[in-house]
Design a protein around this ligand. Sequence first.
Ligand code: 2AM
Ligand code: CA
Length: 268
Amino acid sequence: MNAEMLKEIYTKARQWVEEAGHYIRTNIDNPLTVDTKSNPNDLVTTMDQDTESFFVSKIKETYPDHSIIGEEGYGDKLTTLEGTVWIIDPIDGTMNFVHQKRNFAISVGVYHNGIGVIGLIYDVMADVLYHAKRNEGAYKNDKKLNPLNKEVVLEEAIVGMNHFWLCPNRLVEEETMQQFVRKVRGTRTYGSAALEFAFLSEGIIDGYLTMSLSPWDIAAGVVIAGEVGGTATNIDGQPLNMLEKNSVLVCNSNLQKDIIKFIKKGRK
Ligand code: 2AM
Ligand code: CA
């Protein structure tokens, strides 16, 4: 994809993200229809569905040859990342959206032949946009984010995590995870994978580790974190697959080695 095309798609994507965010923010106090998906805590609202549908119609109208992967199923069923693919989470952190009316994000990643070229994460209620174009750096609104080049040791690291390490098919022995939590300086659970990627990119947490995320939770974050020198892999250090669920570890590269080594002890 040439620079001109990249800029055009970025400009459109940003415009749609801001438009959708403005709509959600101004309607935040309206009554919500909340439903559940895979389990009683996996929530979805008509706002998630309407927002995804908004993106899908804009993209299909403007770029009929592009493909879409979306959390709420309005996109395409893809088996390849060939061509230009938009990977969209209309509301990442739906539980926060429903219960807190804040701390959720719109996440839009654009991939070209499997390579992430645009990442947009919009913290809707805070009106903060994290954004990046491949090879052009990452930004928080107008401020360019600094590279993650600080040497951080585990004992001084703050790591984003969540209870998914307790999921039924535990990937890592529980005892090892408990030791990990004690080893690091602190843990945080923000409830939106996209925002955790954004905070990692901003340098306010040093890592984010979670056992199961879908492509739409991470697609934009991978681009943004990559632009500040963050490394995003699965918990074994292997590349992420944007067509499936993955375990996810994102952090700076020196910390990545230490975290992988630590959890390897309890890896099943
Ligand atoms: P969601 O709000 O779009 O569902 C919560 O820690 C983060 O994990 C959120 O980004 C949330 O996305 C995601 N998440 C919640 N349940 C999940 C599940 N069963 N599998 C994968 N990701 C999940
Ligand atoms: Ca999500």
